[in-house]
Design a protein around this ligand. Structure first.
Ligand code: EPU
Length: 336
C-alpha cells in the first residue's frame, strides 16, 4: 500500500521553497506502486508529477494528488567497447548519477554536473549547461501513460528534443510519468570545454579529465548560482530568447556589448541574463522576491516569498525587457 499524505506542505519538495499545500501527496518507489495509485485514485484527483521540484513555481495550494516517482536504480544494460548503455530509475538524483558516471570513467554528462533534480525529469526540459544538453546522451525514455496506464518507450528522435524543450513539455505535457531513462555514455569521451570560462577553470586545476571537468563546472556553478538549500530558486527562470538574425544585428548596432550566439543562419540566441541586467534588475529585491546578484536570469526567494510574489516580479521583468528591447521572454520554469 502506498502511503498517501493529506494536506502536506510542499516547501521541502520545491527548490524555490514556496510554502503551499497539496491535498494529497504520495511517493511511489516502484512501477507497481505507481500503477496501484493511479488505478485506485485516478478518477478522483487531478494529478501532478514532480521529480526533484527544481523547475517548478507553485503559486497556490494544489487541490489534487502530487505524485513523486522515487524509483531507484542505476543499471548497466550493455557495455561495449565504445559505449556503456545505462538505465536509471526516474527517482535517481541527477547529480548522484553524474558522479557515478565520472567515478566509473564514463563520459558525456560531466558538463551537466551539479544540476538539481532527478534523472526522470532531465529529458522533460532537456537540461543543458556548458555546451552539453542531456539529449546528446539519451537513448530512450520509458514512461507510463496516466490515462491508459500503458507503458511506452520513446527513442531519442521521438522525444522531439529542442532547446529546453521536448515532447514531454508539449504533446505529452502532464499526461505521463517517466519511469526510467536510458543513457548512452562514452568510454573514450572527447572533453567539451569550449563554453565560457570552463577551459580557464580547468587550466587552473591543472588536469584535463572527467573528474576535473566535473569539479570545474561545480566551482563555476557555485560562484554564479545560489544554493537552493540556502536561497530558494529554480535556476534560470526564463529561457534565452532566440530571435531572427536581422533583429539581432539591429540590436547589436545599438548595444555593442550585447553577447550574441548564432544558432542557425537566420536565428540568434541572446542571453536573457544580459537583457535583464541591462534593464537594471540584477540584485534588485521586491518584498520577498529578488533577482540574484551574480546571475540575473535567476529569481530568488529572499525569505518567505509566495509564488505570486515571484510571478509579479517575473512579469515586471518581462515588461521591462519587452519595452527596452522588443523581446518577449518566455518562462523556463513550470508555473502551477
Ligand atoms: N549575462 C549577463 N548578466 C547576467 C547573466 C548572464 O550579462 O546576469 C551574460 C554573460 O555575459 C554571458 C551570457 O549572458 O555572456 C551567458 O551567461 P551564462 O554563461 O551564465 O549562461 P546563461 O545563458 O545565462 C544558460 C543556462 C543555464 C546554464 C548556463 C551555462 C538557460 C535558460 N540557462 O544560462 O542553465 O547553467 O547557460 O551553460 O539556457 C538552468 O537552466 O536552470 C540553468 C542554470
Amino acid at each position: 500500500m502506498v502511503l498517501i499524505r493529506r494536506d502536506l506542505s510542499l516547501k521541502r519538495f520545491n527548490t524555490f521553497g514556496i510554502d503551499v499545500k497539496a491535498s494529497y501527496f504520495a511517493r511511489a518507489e516502484s512501477i507497481e506502486e505507481i500503477v496501484e495509485l493511479l488505478e485506485d485514485h485516478r478518477h478522483y484527483f487531478p494529478f501532478y508529477v514532480i521529480g526533484g521540484g527544481s523547475n517548478i513555481l507553485f503559486t497556490k495550494n494544489f487541490g489534487g494528488l502530487i505524485l513523486q516517482p522515487a524509483i531507484k536504480g542505476i543499471n548497466i544494460i550493455d557495455n561495449g567497447p565504445e559505449h556503456c548503455i545505462v538505465e536509471t530509475g526516474a527517482g535517481e538524483n541527477w547529480d548522484d548519477f553524474v558522479r557515478w558516471a565520472v567515478e566509473n570513467n564514463l563520459g558525456g554528462i560531466e558538463n551537466l554536473s551539479f544540476i538539481p533534480g532527478s534523472t526522470g525529469s532531465s529529458p522533460i526540459q532537456n537540461i543543458g549547461a556548458y555546451g552539453v544538453e542531456v539529449k546528446d546522451v539519451i537513448e530512450r525514455v520509458n514512461y507510463l501513460d496516466l490515462e491508459t496506464l500503458q507503458f511506452f518507450s520513446l527513442s531519442n528522435s521521438e522525444c522531439d528534443f529542442g532547446y529546453r524543450s521536448s515532447i514531454f513539455k508539449n504533446k505529452l505535457k502532464n499526461r505521463v510519468i517517466i519511469t526510467s531513462v536510458v543513457f548512452k555514455l562514452l568510454h573514450h569521451p572527447v572533453l567539451n570545454t569550449a563554453y565560457g570560462n570552463l577551459q580557464e577553470e580547468i587550466n587552473r586545476m591543472g588536469r584535463a579529465d572527467l573528474c576535473t571537468v566535473r569539479n570545474a563546472v561545480i566551482s563555476i556553478r557555485k560562484l554564479k548560482l545560489p544554493d537552493p538549500e540556502l536561497t530558494g530558486n529554480a535556476g534560470s527562470f526564463f529561457k534565452n530568447p532566440v530571435i531572427d538574425a536581422g533583429s539581432a544585428r539591429e540590436l547589436k548596432e545599438r548595444y555593442h556589448n550585447m553577447p550574441v550566439f548564432p544558432v542557425s543562419d537566420d536565428r540568434t540566441k541572446i542571453p536573457a541574463g544580459w537583457l535583464i541586467e541591462q534593464c537594471g534588475w540584477k540584485g534588485k529585491r521586491f518584498g520577498n522576491a529578488g533577482v540574484h546578484d551574480k546571475q540575473a536570469l535567476v529569481l530568488i526567494n529572499c525569505g518567505n516569498a509566495s509564488g505570486i510574489e515571484i510571478m509579479d516580479l517575473a512579469l515586471k521583468i518581462k515588461d521591462s525587457v519587452f519595452s527596452q528591447f522588443g523581446i518577449k521572454l518566455e518562462t523556463e520554469v513550470n508555473i502551477l
